[in-house]
Design a protein around this ligand. Sequence first.
Ligand SMILES: CC(C)(COP(=O)(O)OP(=O)(O)OC[C@H]1O[C@@H](n2cnc3c(N)ncnc32)[C@H](O)[C@@H]1OP(=O)(O)O)[C@@H](O)C(=O)NCCC(=O)NCCS
Length: 434
Amino acid sequence: MTDTWQQAPVDEASRQGLHDRGLDYRTVAGDEVDGWLQSVARGFQDGERTAAHIAAGRDRNAGKRLTGVYDPAAPAAASAGPVATIASWIGDLTLPGETAVPACAISAVTVSPTHRRRGVARALLEGELRTAAAQGLPAAMLTVSESTLYGRYGFGVATESADLKIDTKRANWIGPRPEGRVDFVTRAHAKDLIARLHERTRREAPGEIALPPGHEDRFTGTAPDAHEGGDVRCVQYTDPSGAVRGVLAYRIRSHQDDFTKGTAVLSRLVADGADAYAALWRFVLELDLVGEVHADLAATDEPVLWMIDDRRAATVTVRDHQYVRILDIPAVLGSRRYDAPGAVLLDVEDPLDLAGGRFLLEVDADGRGAVSRAEGAAPAGVPHVRLGIAELSAACLGGVSLLTLSRAGRVQGADAAAARLLSWHVAPRLSIWY
Ligand SMILES: CC(C)(COP(=O)(O)OP(=O)(O)OC[C@H]1O[C@@H](n2cnc3c(N)ncnc32)[C@H](O)[C@@H]1OP(=O)(O)O)[C@@H](O)C(=O)NCCC(=O)NCCS
């Protein structure tokens, strides 16, 4: 399916709309990729890419679908790259119940400051979503630079993340002290371990996705174009049976005035099991010459908060993180699992007309859902909920209660039974940014 996705033609409605404005919208391959990478860097206000950056960027993007918008009227002196970019690939989005659906992961959305606010991003986003729907992908997903951009296309915040700052001088360890050992390992070894353990554990929490191509290098500073990669230190946890079940990559930021108050910044901690989790968190919280541990992209309910004796040693900042956009309601709601049986009638409005309509979701005693198109009123005793596709997308992983959205005026007709049906006992999380 990846090949089909990479080669799918760009959406005709968006192509025509941009063409009418003198712009050329097309997929990008071959020699054009270098200019595309330069445009992405510029779009994110980054510096010009070196040859090493371009080579690494080419590798990282080899498995992705790249599209660009070119301006044929640009003067000869203008840089060669596109004036707008987008990348996408098929990721695997974990749903409640350790199941998953293929989803269109989107990144590298940029429009040159010379062409902004003329509807170019809208054409790209709508185009990519229509293509994904036409290819039968049940959902799309992205992480964002600004929260205000994607609701208009039907994306909702399905996964929040927590930034943890833990004052290690206050946080005495009261958690388990598992047997087994922690050892420093090379960054190259840790890179492979992160990929392997991420793959093994990513179905545990809704919201996690398969690692995007070339992504594991980001944590260990092992990419050929990495900046100060040698600062990253890596340890692994081996259980008493000899199985390696956890890995931690971090770097130390020294304190300007006090050598005993460095900051350990986690780039990745992956634990396959509670013992690996406790061993690695204890290791980093008890490092000498460290006064603070920072971990971003943590779950909103990290067990480590219950493993320190002074809860106020930890400052937790919760943010919106992954946005999901359902493209096929029966496929998504029919694939996830549920904590309790029940039924709900959903009236879903979709501003892009891709997935909306009236659906009856029925969950059996085993927590399996079946979704059928519906007409007419709700069956007796079944709540009738009216909401937008962005709100349903936000709630589909169980990260926000329909009652909360109801109190916010974003959902109508939800009662406790409807809210219970869509909830889930594991908080969604996504431990990467893409
Ligand atoms: C964000 C960005 C892609 C928008 O591109 P653009 O072509 O100017 O956007 P459009 O003109 O198509 O605008 C589409 C809609 O988004 C809104 N919008 C665009 N940028 C916005 C912003 N920064 N904040 C809030 N709304 C924004 C527009 O008002 C418009 O709304 P409407 O269609 O509902 O009326 C562009 O400004 C950019 O490249 N920014 C820097 C890189 C970045 O942050 N990319 C996003 C990565 S997640």
